[in-house]
Design a protein. Structure first.
Length: 378
């Protein structure tokens, strides 16, 4: 789907494979290697930060690359002639391999070669290793991918999955990886704080999402992405839910806390504009507040990852303080549907006389959609 932020990873080296019982032996009379079409695209998201090409090409030990599974198709059912069912045995893959960038050869590839089976067609599924571990010989169903959102925001990882690629035989295979989670970021807009003689800065000391969330589930790799459009994950059993307290800064700081040093926060520069919120400074808790000075300009780690879901009766909690003012907390009710492949920007607007919020929903690389207002709790 052309609106969605997607990743296309190119494999240009010989692929390889194994079965549950061991390595696939190279056929002596039909040695056409499985290869993949090179394609340049954008990179996925990992650790709640944008993954660039360098990170994507990281070593396997650093979760670089992605995992591909290939199944031999069965096109006829018992008693049915001439059908084209593309049936696969999810427990018996023809190959499953990690595809890793080889910096020496400047190529993507597998270890150990795999070859197209003579007279057969293959179906492929794939997912990014940055978000989930590879399948192994102990895997029972190679089409089901369990995933859990980490409770520590800095350790949260994006998950990218390819649409099912059926009816492949002797052709180069293009693997396109799409986002299937929801990305959440925060902004602060300051109004009326920049004066002629003194500028008021805003310090955001903590931002939390609090409430009952779905935190895990199982994606069906054969239909998690259809025709380039991510869909709600397919549950194999009951999804994991629970009360969560996601802090953007991974901080336990509470309003008017008196203990804690070098606590992460975000501080504005005294101008009136919209800021991306991330940990760019630190502060010490206590009644004697010293306004921090921004020391970091790296805004890459500013996202949370959320399982696709509809959240009811949750809250966004923001602890903040203005120059010369007292520490305050705003709590905003959150009733929101989080869709796969969507980005959600919660914007906190603050002035010396008012506080307000809204949420901006967009595709990960598409223009903003109209904002939906959220009213703070009095």
């Amino acid at each position: 789907m052309k609106r969605f932020f997607f990743t296309v990873i190119a494999l240009v080296a010989v692929a390889a494979g194994c079965t549950k019982s061991g390595l696939v032996e190279s056929p002596q009379t039909y040695e056409e290697a499985i290869t993949f079409e090179p394609y340049t695209g954008k990179a996925p998201i990992t650790k709640a930060a944008v993954m660039d090409e360098q990170t994507l090409k990281a070593a396997e030990s650093s979760n670089g690359g992605f995992h591909v599974v290939g199944f031999i198709e069965t096109d006829t059912a018992e008693g049915t002639e001439g059908s084209n069912l593309n049936r696969i045995d999810s427990g018996d893959p023809y190959l499953y391999r990690n595809v890793i960038w080889n910096s020496t050869d400047s190529k993507w590839g597998y270890q150990n070669a795999a070859f197209w089976p003579e007279g057969k067609q293959l179906t492929f599924v794939a997912f990014g290793l940055n978000g989930a571990p590879a399948f192994t010989n102990a895997t029972e169903d190679y089409t089901k991918l369990a995933f859990t959102v980490n409770s520590t925001v800095a350790s949260q990882k994006d998950l990218v999955i390819s649409p099912k690629i059926p009816d492949m035989h002797g052709d180069k295979v293009v693997v396109q990886l799409y986002h299937v989670l929801s990305k959440v970021g925060f902004k602060i807009e300051t109004k009326g704080l920049a004066g002629s003689t003194a500028s008021v800065k805003a310090t955001v000391k903590n931002i939390r999402l609090k409430g009952n969330f779905t935190t895990g589930g199982t994606f069906d790799l054969t239909n998690a992405v259809i025709s380039g459009t991510p869909v709600t994950y397919t549950e194999a059993g009951t999804p994991t839910t629970g009360s969560v307290n996601y802090s953007l800064f991974d901080s336990a700081y509470e309003l008017n806390a008196t203990t804690g040093t070098n606590l992460p926060c975000f501080v504005t520069d005294g101008t009136n504009k919209v800021f991306d919120v991330y940990a760019n400074a630190t502060f010490n808790a206590g009644s004697s507040y010293t306004e921090p000075t921004a020391t970091s300009t790296d805004a890459s780690n500013r996202y949370m990852m959320i399982m696709p879901q509809t959240v009811q009766n949750a809250t966004i909690e923001v602890v903040y303080q203005l120059t010369g003012g007292i520490e305050q907390k705003a709590e905003i009710p959150l009733n929101q549907t989080f869709e796969p492949g969507k980005a959600y920007e919660f914007q906190f607007t603050i002035s010396t006389v008012a506080v307000d919020f809204n949420v901006i929903v967009k595709d990960w690389t598409i223009e903003n959609k109209p904002a939906e207002p959220l009213t703070p709790v009095e």
